[in-house]
Design a protein around this ligand. Structure first.
Ligand code: SF4
Length: 56
């Protein structure tokens, strides 16, 4: 999806995601949802982009 419009409010380096802009390190969605897989998150590694979709 290289034609995706970069949302410069959402920087992202996960280029394995179908919403990533590829040529630029931005997400193309208007908004994303961030969550956690931890009971008590203490570091940024504890958080997840729950809008992630693997490139198909
Ligand atoms: S949906 Fe999440 S993981 Fe995917 S490009 Fe956007 S911010 Fe990155």
């Amino acid at each position: 999806m290289n034609s995706n419009k970069a949302n410069t409010s959402i920087e992202c380096t996960v280029n394995q995601c179908s919403y990533h802009c590829q040529s630029q390190d931005y997400c193309s969605l208007d908004k994303i949802k961030v969550g956690t897989h931890e009971n008590n998150p203490t570091q940024n590694q504890c958080t997840d982009c729950e809008s992630f979709q693997v490139k198909g």
